[in-house]
Design a protein around this ligand. Sequence first.
Ligand SMILES: [Zn+2]
Length: 246
Amino acid sequence: MPTNGELPVYPMTAIDEITYRTPDALFNGQATINVIQSCVPNIKDAWAIPSIDLDTILIAIRIASYGHDMEFGTTCPKCQNTSERTVDLRTMLDSLRSPDYTASIKYNDLEIFFRPLSYKNLNDNSQLQFEQQKLLQVIPDSTISDADKMTALTRAFQQLTEITVRSLSISITMIRTPQALVSEQPFIEEFLKNCPRDLFNQIRDHVLKLREISELQPLTITCDSCNNQYQQALTLDMTSFFAPAS
Ligand SMILES: [Zn+2]
């Protein structure tokens, strides 16, 4: 980290842009990693960045590469009128908030502390989730017997639960008990599997809330044609986000 606490951000090179168009690299997250490390050379291992910083970094790279105006298409949900809009990414950058990770949860004589997922954790999770959801979609149409379908579906649902529990356990940095501080992830995962339901829900809601705070707020759009006001989420979907501004 430079002494002024600010990371220099450089525009994407031609090579970065080519990297970004490689579908496989995009899917496994490697494209994002390469581009971040190329444009923000102070970041040596982009897999380790807190996932809550990801939007900030990507927007900064987009601004450095193509300027602060970004065009996007929108469709009014009421009258289906479509139009092109422009958003000032500097405003988006200013609106990003950082969740308070010093807040803990107290439950009887336990205290639970949290941390953001790394980009690696986040990426692993979404890939596992994607695979299981894909499975859930194809099982009903497959040619196996109904009994086997049932088994396969149950298994896929169990896997999804496991993924959720693992992701939650990684979001917990430690648990203070009257006797000890527990920070080993396998123990925390075990704890989550066996803890009371109300505590589990409290932990899950807390983690979801932290994530929500760090997310980009949706834009409020007024339809040109019928004056309807609606919200549109601005996705940082890589393919469209980094399509060059023409
Ligand atoms: Zn409309």
